[in-house]
Design a protein around this ligand. Structure first.
Ligand code: IMP
Length: 477
């Protein structure tokens, strides 16, 4: 079976993450956008996210425009939805990148109702001690939180405001009071924004009506999620979350659709390890609080770790290349010391942030959290990155937590709870290289056993297992 078989009779697909982001949504969004969808739409977040777009064989990291944009010349639509927070200079930079590579974007639609990230939002996000090492939540510093704060407080600037200078000026003057720690010069800000606004004016629409028209016309629609359920303002590990609802519901509502209209919601789950960037509880983290504070310190980006652990590497145009199966890395993955094991998994799976370059915290896949995610995002699951752990002698999945003398298999968002539980694991024997596997029954039996246990426990239904970053390296059940 191929990915196409999954899509029979389907009009709408959503690709959403069931963990703390960075689960590899991009591979599937890219595939569905290029091979299947007429419309690719994004409904939440802003340039706190990052995904790689391959244009003319060059890899570029985009933060706002969905991957589907490269199919614009074929008449496909790309939508930035009402639920997004848009930094106009970042958007403009992404348009420059497309121009430079001769990719047209005539069918780009930008919601008139999306919120605008203003310079004072970025200043506040950076200054508000949200940096992880100062004990904050470790935000990406892109102004996302303050922008959504203004949205909820009903004073935010939306894209439509950019085209009415008087209204914009009045609103900024009112908002100024809320930002008394900053000197806000209204005319200066407007002069900065106007050229960007003029540049995007042609693309600005009532995208909600457009989406309804697309549905009515039978267009095939792909919703590209951002971040992950455990980072959702509504369902995530509050307050260590982002400021939008990146669940299936939020993703659909962020483009003006009911989640009921999504025929195939695909919840992406990294398996059998998972990651988290930024601060906040992570019960299955290898190395526990030590790993959390280590990852928050400066000096542990990819190059630092390669040097520190003596992993041979070469400098390339796009960064650093190394053999992820280097024997030293495999030894670390199998270390008795969980802190080292966590770093080994990070190196083996190359888990460094695409937006900030930060090391991602690593731990075993948490079935308890996954069951919670299935309850909200639906039962269809896609497992990613099991190939990264092909050198591990053993792997583990958590199916319950112990708190005091009590055992529970129910997730709770509360920090107090999550910081004080000890995950209870089921161990499985490791497996070898699986990159060449293309049919489910050829996956190693211990991995299949773990998947089957995971399904029974979470109530999920694993429809795809990704065994590598290339499109072909995919097993559809
Ligand atoms: P913010 O979205 O910049 O406010 O950051 C809030 C929290 O969400 C921080 O812990 C970030 O590290 C995390 N976060 C935001 N965007 C992403 C993402 O795309 N992947 C993973 N974590 C993210």
């Amino acid at each position: 079976m191929g990915l196409d078989d999954l899509l029979k009779g389907v009009q709408t697909v959503a690709i959403i993450c069931n963990q703390w982001g960075d689960t590899g949504k991009g591979k599937f969004s890219d595939y569905f956008a290029s091979q299947w969808a007429d419309v690719t739409a994004r409904g939440t977040g802003g340039n706190n996210a990052g995904h790689t777009v391959v244009i003319n064989r060059k890899e570029k990291i985009f933060h706002l425009i969905p991957t589907g944009i490269t199919n614009d010349p074929n008449g496909k639509f790309t939508v930035l939805g009402n639920g997004m927070a848009i930094d106009l200079s970042v958007l403009s930079h992404e348009l420059d990148e497309l121009d430079a590579d001769g990719i047209t974007y005539n069918n780009l639609l930008i919601s008139k109702d999306a919120h605008v990230i203003m310079p004072y939002h970025i200043n506040r996000d950076k200054a508000k001690h949200q940096s992880q090492k100062k004990g904050g939540i470790g935000s990406t510093g892109r102004g996302i939180g303050p922008c959504y704060t203004d949205k909820i407080a009903r004073r935010g600037i939306v894209i439509e405001d950019l085209f009415d200078r008087d209204r914009l000026s009045r609103k900024i003057n009112e908002i100024r009071r809320e930002y008394s720690e900053q000197k806000i010069y209204c005319d200066e800000i407007i002069d900065l924004l106007v050229p960007f606004a003029e540049r995007i004016k042609y693309f600005v629409r009532d995208t909600v009506s457009e989406m309804h028209r697309f549905i009515k016309d039978g267009k095939k629609i792909l919703l590209e999620g951002a971040q992950g359920l455990l980072l959702s303002i509504e369902h995530g590990t509050y307050p260590y979350v982002t400021s939008s609802d990146c669940s299936l519901n939020g993703t659909a509502s962020g483009v003006g659709l009911s989640a009921k209209l999504i025929d195939l919601p695909l919840g992406i789950v990294k398996f059998p390890f998972m990651t988290r960037v930024g601060a906040g509880p992570f019960p299955t983290e290898l190395g526990g609080r030590n790993s959390e504070s280590y990852c928050a310190e400066e000096g542990h980006i990819k190059l630092d770790e390669l040097k520190e652990y003596g992993i041979p590497h070469q400098t390339t145009e796009g960064g650093f290349r190394y053999n992820r199966n280097d024997p030293k890395i495999v030894d670390m993955v199998n270390s008795e010391d969980e802190f080292i094991q966590g770093i080994g998994i990070r190196l083996a799976a190359e888990e460094y942030g695409s937006t900030t370059g930060r090391p991602r915290r690593t731990g075993w896949t948490d079935g308890v959290a996954a069951k919670y995610s299935v309850g909200i995002n639906g039962t269809h699951l896609v497992l990613t990155k099991p190939d990264s752990l092909s050198g591990a002698k053993e792997f583990k999945i958590a199916y319950s937590y112990k708190k005091g003398s009590k055992i529970t298999d129910t997730f709770s968002r509360s920090e107090e709870f999550l910081r004080n539980v000890t995950p209870q694991y089921q161990s499985y024997q490791g497996y070898g290289d699986i990159k060449g596997v293309r049919s489910y029954n050829q996956l190693p039996s211990n991995l299949r056993q773990a998947i089957s246990d995971f399904e029974s426990f979470t109530g999920g239904n694993v429809v795809v297992v990704s065994v590598g970053s290339d499109r072909e390296e995919t097993v559809v059940r």
